[in-house]
Design a binder for this molecule. Structure first.
Ligand SMILES: Nc1ncnc2c1ncn2[C@@H]1O[C@H](COP(=O)(O)OP(=O)(O)OP(=O)(O)O)[C@@H](O)[C@H]1O
Length: 486
């Protein structure tokens, strides 16, 4: 183990074939002349020297650790790609503006601190990389690190302050896309600085020399890609708080009584699976039991839609005002628009002595499940994807991207049903080849109810003798169960 000082050349060590560790740091070495590669050399520290030209390193194939910090030269990485045993490489405080020729190495530790890097490139194939120091550069994006799954320690201190990544409207964010769509500022004073990096590099254990805590990991996920339950809990909490800030109003028709909650039916499933049409038809055909709960939306009406029938169409500003006035029970963002169900919409139906029937996406269901309402939930799930795509396309409203989102959400519903038994009270698989979704579902519902009401021999007629709420519950119960038998 040699340590020199004021050394000018390395010829003296060329004749030490068994040398394993060479520390030639902090000298005056400016060239490699006369230094022949040593077969057993494992660790070399050439840092803090004055080389203007680096020797071709291709002959140093046995090297495992190489320190080339502060050697003040620009073109020194030559033949590094041949050092296939290299695991630790330090190139700090040089003038590197581009990373190259490292991609075939199995490096686990890499320091590029204090260089002139503006972007991270050439590291994407360093799959074994565990520790990376990129501090003191001018980097403004983490793009290029997204596939380094073993990266546990990173130092990004003192990089350029600029907004690196623009936010995206696209809801289908893959983890790679997220590298582009999280808006973060690299100044460490920014509150989101750590969270955004911890989120993007989820295997990190140390960031900027500070341990990444479990709390930070959870907060970063909740911030940038929150699970649906978290979104729903926040939505519920927000509406609850705004409602509490308003003068107290007693919604007597929808308050749960001691023995039974207000009866409500929620049809859920991916966009355009037929739930809206089915809800309307149920409310028309069984108008003595159900009425449609009209949601609010900020999207514009499609051709043929009427304000106050399909939705209350409102501006984003009005929608926000309604949120602040504590009007909503739940709201969701879907396809870039806001949708929400107000307490008044349900109360209007309840005042007529009817059960409220609404349709909504899964996020709405999750939020509603946090409230004191206890609806029954029916999931309508397309079983034939091609037919479902055809159905979406034939409406002519949706872009291919919107169709892709709707189709991908079939899996979300199926997974929720698989993973949470009892989450949906019933499931209607829709989409046989011969009949469109809604007619098929409706015919099943209608025939069954018609049979109960009209057939004098039917023992189920006792539903009419119960109290009104119980009747309504019974009706919903029947709806739930008939699919189990058909
Ligand atoms: N209050 C709400 N909460 C959650 N989801 C809602 C709410 N109101 C509507 N939705 C859902 O938002 C999605 C988009 O609604 P929109 O009316 O724009 O869709 P659509 O293309 O007409 O499809 P659909 O026929 O399913 O309504 C639909 O799946 C709808 O059920």
């Amino acid at each position: 183990h040699f340590n020199f000082s004021q050394l000018l050349d390395l010829s003296c060590v060329s004749h030490m074939p068994y040398l394993v560790i060479l520390d030639a740091s902090h000298n005056e070495i400016s060239d490699f002349f006369g230094f022949e590669p040593l077969k057993n050399l494992k660790e070399v520290d050439f840092s803090h020297n004055h080389m203007t030209k680096m020797k071709d390193l291709s002959a140093f194939s046995s090297l495992a650790k190489l320190n080339l910090d502060r050697i003040l030269t620009e073109e020194y990485i030559s033949g590094l790609e041949q050092c296939c045993g290299l695991t630790h490489l330090s190139l700090a405080h040089n003038k590197i503006s581009r990373i190259s020729s490292l991609d075939r190495l199995h490096i686990t530790y890499l320091s590029l601190r204090g260089n002139k890097l503006e972007r991270i490139e050439g590291l994407e194939n360093l799959k074994s990389l565990q520790v990376l120091d990129l501090s003191l550069n001018q980097i403004n994006s983490l793009c290029g690190l997204e596939n380094l799954h073993l990266l546990g320690l990173i130092n990004m201190e003192k990089n350029m302050s600029s907004t690196c990544i623009k936010s995206s409207e696209d809801e289908r964010r893959t983890s790679t896309d997220l590298f582009f769509c999280i808006s973060c500022d690299w100044t460490q004073e920014q509150p989101d600085y750590r969270l955004s990096i911890v989120f993007l590099l989820q295997h990190l254990t140390v960031l900027d020399q500070e341990k990444v805590t479990a709390e930070e990991k959870v907060s970063s996920i909740n911030k940038y890609d929150p699970p649906l339950d978290v979104v729903a809990a926040r939505d519920h909490m927000m509406h609850l708080v705004y409602e509490m800030m308003q003068p107290h109003v007693l919604y007597d028709s929808t308050l749960p009584s001691a023995d039974s909650p207000y009866p409500m039916l929620v049809l859920t499933g991916p966009q355009c699976c037929g739930k809206r049409e089915l809800a309307h038809r149920l409310c028309q055909e069984f108008c003595e039991y159900f009425a449609y709960g009209i949601c609010h939306t900020t999207r514009g009406p499609y051709f043929g839609e009427e304000n106050g029938t399909d939705y209350h169409f409102v501006t984003e500003e009005d929608f926000q005002n309604m949120i602040h006035m504590g009007k909503f029970i739940q709201t969701v963002q879907y396809g870039g628009h806001s949708y929400g169900l107000t307490r008044d919409a349900i109360e209007d139906v309840a005042k007529e002595g009817l059960a409220c029937c609404v349709h909504m996406e899964l996020e709405g269901v999750l939020s509603l499940k946090n409230s004191y309402f206890e609806p029954r939930y029916i999931l309508l799930i397309p079983t034939q994807v091609e037919q479902y795509i055809g159905h979406l396309s034939s409406r002519g409203f949706y872009t291919p991207a919107q169709i892709d989102i709707a189709v991908s959400r079939i899996e979300l519903y199926a997974n929720t049903n698989r993973g949470r038994p009892g989450f949906f009270d019933n499931i209607i698989p829709c989409g046989t080849k011969s009949k469109p979704f809604v007619s098929q579902c409706f015919t099943m519902v209608w025939n069954y109810l018609f049979d109960i009401n009209m057939n004098p021999n039917n023992t189920n007629t006792h539903i009419h003798t119960y109290s009104h709420r119980v009747n309504l519950h019974q009706m919903i119960y029947i709806l739930m169960n008939m699919y189990t038998y058909t």
